[in-house]
Design a protein around this ligand. Structure first.
Ligand code: PLP
Length: 306
C-alpha cells in the first residue's frame, strides 16, 4: 500500500503546437494522472487518475482501523465504483457498491468490471439512493456492516480532498511559475484538494460537467475555509449536463487523439480541455500564462476509446 504514497509524479506533457499560443507567450501542459495506475484486473486501469488521489487515504484509514470492507455509492457508469472495486481487489478489501437506480440487464462494462473484481452490487431505487448522505441511513449501514469504511459518492470526503492536494503539489514542483491549474468537477472534491494545496498567485479553475450552478457552493463546503489560492468555477462547458455530449465534442476528442495522441473521454476530460481551449481562443486567458490541465482519468468508462 506504500506504493500509493511513494510513487513518482504523474507525467506533465506540453500540448504543442496549438495555434496562437506561442505568439501570446502562453504555455499549456497536461498533467497525465490517467497514467497513474496500478493494473487491477487483467491490465485494467480503473484505479487511476483522481480516483487514486481521492481513495489513497481512505484505503490507509480503512487498513489502520482494521476495517475489511469498503462500501460506497455511485451511478451505473461511475468511475468511482470501478476504482473502488479495483482497489479492493488490489489491497484485499471486500467491496460493496450501492448503485443508483434499478438493475438493468445486461450490465454495462463498468458494473461488469466491478463484479469481476468481486464487488457486491446493491441496486437502490432513486428515492432511497438520494438519502445516501443522511445520518440515519449512514448509521443504519454502519450497524449492518460494522467493519466497513463507508465512503461517499465520488470519494469526496475529508480524506479524499486531502488526497487531491498532492495533484497541486506535484504540478507546482514540475512546473515552477504555473499560473492556472484547471480540472473537471463532478462532486468538487478534486478541485477542493487542488485549491487547498495551491499557492497564490497560481489560480485554480473548475469546469463542472453537470448542469446547474451549485458547484461554487459544493467546493466552498468541502474547502471549509481552508483554501487560500484564488479559484473560480466556469459553468459554460457542461454540454447539456452529466453524460451528455455533442458531435462537436466528439469531433474535438477525435482531433486531440489524432493530432496529440492524447486519449480523452466525453464525460469529464474532453469537456475540460475544450473549455480551456475555448477560453484561450476568446482571449480570456492572460498573455504569458502557464496553464496546467488535469487529465483526471476516467478512460475505463469509455472502452471504445478513439
Ligand atoms: C475522470 C474523472 N474526472 C473528474 C471527476 C470529477 O472529480 P470530483 O468528483 O472530485 O469533482 C471524476 C469524478 O469523480 C472523474 O471520474
Amino acid at each position: 500500500m506504500q506504493r500509493l504514497l511513494n510513487h513518482p509524479p504523474s507525467p506533465l506533457q506540453a500540448l504543442l503546437p496549438w495555434p496562437g499560443l506561442a505568439e501570446r507567450g502562453i504555455e499549456l501542459y497536461i498533467k497525465r494522472d490517467d497514467l497513474l495506475c496500478l493494473p487491477a484486473y487483467r491490465g485494467d486501469c480503473s484505479f487511476s487518475g483522481n480516483k487514486w488521489r481521492k481513495l489513497k487515504y481512505n484505503l490507509f484509514n480503512a487498513r489502520q482501523w482494521q476495517l475489511h470492507t469498503l462500501l460506497t455509492f455511485g451511478g451505473p457508469y461511475s468511475n468511482h465504483l470501478a476504482a473502488t472495486a479495483s482497489a479492493g481487489a488490489l489491497f484485499g478489501f471486500k467491496t460493496i457498491g450501492i448503485v443508483r437506480g434499478e438493475r438493468i440487464e445486461p450490465l454495462n462494462p463498468t458494473l461488469l468490471h466491478c463484479l469481476r473484481c468481486g464487488m457486491e452490487l446493491q441496486f437502490w431505487e432513486r428515492s432511497r439512493y438520494r438519502q445516501k448522505e443522511e445520518e440515519e441511513l449512514i448509521s443504519e449501514l454502519g450497524a449492518l456492516y460494522p467493519r466497513a469504511a463507508i465512503i461517499p459518492e465520488g470519494g469526496s470526503n475529508y480524506l479524499g480532498v486531502l488526497g487531491a492536494e498532492s495533484i497541486s503539489k506535484e504540478i507546482q514542483e514540475q512546473c515552477p511559475g504555473v499560473s492556472i491549474i484547471a480540472a473537471a468537477c463532478g462532486t468538487g472534491g478534486t478541485l477542493a484538494g487542488m485549491i487547498r494545496a495551491c499557492k497564490s498567485p497560481c489560480e485554480v479553475w473548475g469546469f463542472p460537467v453537470l448542469k446547474g450552478n451549485f458547484m461554487q457552493q459544493e467546493v466552498e463546503k468541502l474547502l471549509n475555509e481552508q483554501g487560500k489560492a484564488p479559484w473560480k468555477i466556469i459553468e459554460a462547458y457542461h454540454f447539456g449536463g452529466y453524460g451528455k455530449t455533442t458531435v462537436e465534442l466528439l469531433d474535438f476528442m477525435q482531433q486531440i487523439k489524432n493530432d496529440h495522441d492524447l486519449p480523452l473521454e466525453p464525460i469529464y476530460t474532453a469537456k475540460l480541455l475544450f473549455g480551456i481551449l475555448d477560453q484561450l481562443s476568446k482571449n480570456e486567458i492572460p498573455e504569458g500564462s502557464k496553464i496546467v490541465v488535469l487529465h483526471s482519468g476516467g478512460l475505463q468508462g469509455w472502452p471504445n476509446e478513439i
